[in-house]
Design a protein around this ligand. Structure first.
Ligand code: NAI
Length: 442
């Protein structure tokens, strides 16, 4: 099957970068990313100074492809209609009401997409699940497509979860560890798998493209995120024990990571994981386990989130303890607002939890992040606290001037240059700052 046009519904952190790379690597295919959010589409089309997603290398890829074979549009129906493959890369947040609230994935955006595709399609389509979805969602999507679609149109559903990590998305997309394509074991299913395989194989080595059944592919994504988060919670739990015993968490990480069976990645203690994925995907996994009556398994995975919450609170408490047990009227510089360096994404960032904790105890905060907009920082705080005793800085040096302490939450490389401040109270990312004269917690 020859693919000439691809549509991606959802111009977010996944849809934007993945489609930009497909467009770059497959110059003969027209790739159009659509979204209901006009502002986002405008930003992708260059209406503002910056793209809506910050990723190292992304602007360069967009510059090469936009207007050539990469397009961003709000004409969703038209683009669906003219495309042979439609990726769904919409958000799947945790449900906040109804059955499974607080745990299950909210599939309303995915369901709306499926309905939209069904109502618009006049020719056969390959519908690709790019969003992270609970296992067996394809069944539900198929039902929607059949119920709302024309009888003479055939839909084939593939699962192709995205494994990119924010901050290294472009690099990850260029050199993926693996690409997963889950499809039905029917003739049309396998033809659809081949069509997607042919796209990825234009730059990904064939042996790294794994063909599986749909359910394995869907569940692999949740399981991968759970395993990654598990390593973070494991090392973070040990950081608490290190502080009690005099062991050094960095030395521990190194010693553990040198075991080739374990490896060094994701073994750095931190203020806790954030981002839009880990927490929601684990909660989703926990919900699925409960749904299938696997209560012990559910409890096991839930513990990873409990340790993460514990670590965030522990971090805030250490700052308070470091300032003599009282932060009322004290001025603290909080450096790093995104959930990790090299992204402008602050969803579920541990910085939010730490900031709110300190603000509620009367502290005054100077907040600095190289990429997160002030508007977003204010939004993040206002969701959890009505306190306004903070200022957002665009200049790192000004943000750390005349403060009682500096708390580094995430390891942006800019912060490595700070070596003149005497009162660094705690180093969230546990990076080595040899020049700091005063450091607690280690
Ligand atoms: P996002 O929130 O940045 O983007 C989703 C976009 O979909 C939004 O711009 C929204 O306006 C749009 N949208 C929602 N419903 C729509 C509809 N019916 N029609 C058109 N547009 C619609 O989300 P993000 O971060 O890109 O994540 C998307 C999916 O990918 C999620 O399932 C997430 O779990 C998964 N994922 C995310 C990763 C990440 O690092 N952010 C990594 C791997 C997977």
């Amino acid at each position: 099957m020859k693919i000439n046009r691809i549509c991606c519904i959802g111009a977010g952190y996944v849809g934007g970068p993945t489609m930009a790379v497909i467009a770059l690597k497959c110059p003969k295919i027209k790739v159009t990313v659509v979204d209901i959010n006009q502002n986002r589409i405008d930003a992708w089309n260059g209406a503002y100074n910056q793209l809506p997603v910050y990723e190292p290398g992304l602007a360069e890829v967009v510059k090469l492809t936009r207007g050539r074979n990469l397009f961003f549009s709000n004409q969703i129906d038209k683009v669906i209609e003219e495309s042979e493959i439609i990726f769904m890369a919409v958000n799947t947040p945790t449900k906040n009401k109804g059955e499974g609230a607080g745990m299950a994935a909210d599939l309303k955006y995915v369901e709306a997409c499926a309905k939209n595709i069904a109502q618009v399609a006049k020719t056969d389509k390959i519908v690709v699940e790019k969003s992270t979805l609970p296992v067996r969602t394809a069944e539900k999507i198929k039902e929607i497509l059949i119920t709302h679609g024309r009888n003479d149109v055939h839909f084939e559903i593939l699962s192709n979860p995205e494994f990119l990590a924010e901050g290294t998305a472009i690099q990850d997309l260029f050199k993926s560890d693996r690409v997963l394509i889950g499809g039905d074991n029917t003739l049309t299913g396998q033809l659809a798998v081949k069509a997607l395989f042919d796209i990825y194989s234009q730059w990904i080595p064939k042996e790294k493209i794994l063909k599986t059944n749909v359910w394995s592919s869907e569940l692999s994504k949740l399981a991968s995120n759970a395993m990654l988060a598990q390593r973070i919670s494991s090392i973070n739990s040990l950081s608490a024990l290190c502080e009690k015993t005099g062991a050094d968490i960095d030395e521990l990480s190194k010693a553990i990571g040198m075991d080739h069976r374990i490896g060094p990645k994701f073994l750095r203690a931190s203020v806790g994981f954030g981002g839009s994925c880990f927490q929601k995907d684990i909660l989703n996994l926990v919900y699925l386990c409960k749904y299938y009556g696997l209560h012990e398994v559910a409890e096991y995975w839930l513990q990873i989130i409990k340790i993460n919450d514990y670590q965030k609170n522990r971090f805030a408490q250490k700052i308070i303890d470091g300032l003599g047990g009282d932060v009322n009227q004290k001025k603290i510089a909080l450096l790093g607002w995104s959930f990790k360096p090299n992204t402008n994404d602050s969803r579920e960032s541990p910085a939010i939890n730490v900031a709110v904790n300190l603000l509620n105890k009367g502290a005054y905060l100077n907040i600095f992040d190289p990429k997160v907009d002030e508007i977003n920082i204010r939004k993040d705080i206002s969701k959890l606290s009505s306190k306004t005793s903070f200022q957002v800085y665009r200049d790192l040096n000004l943000s750390i001037k005349d403060v009682n302490s500096v708390a580094i939450i995430s390891g942006w490389k800019e912060f490595l240059r700070i070596d003149s401040v005497e009162n660094i109270i705690f180093n969230g990312s546990f990076l080595k700052f040899k020049n700091f004269k005063y450091k607690i917690g280690k």
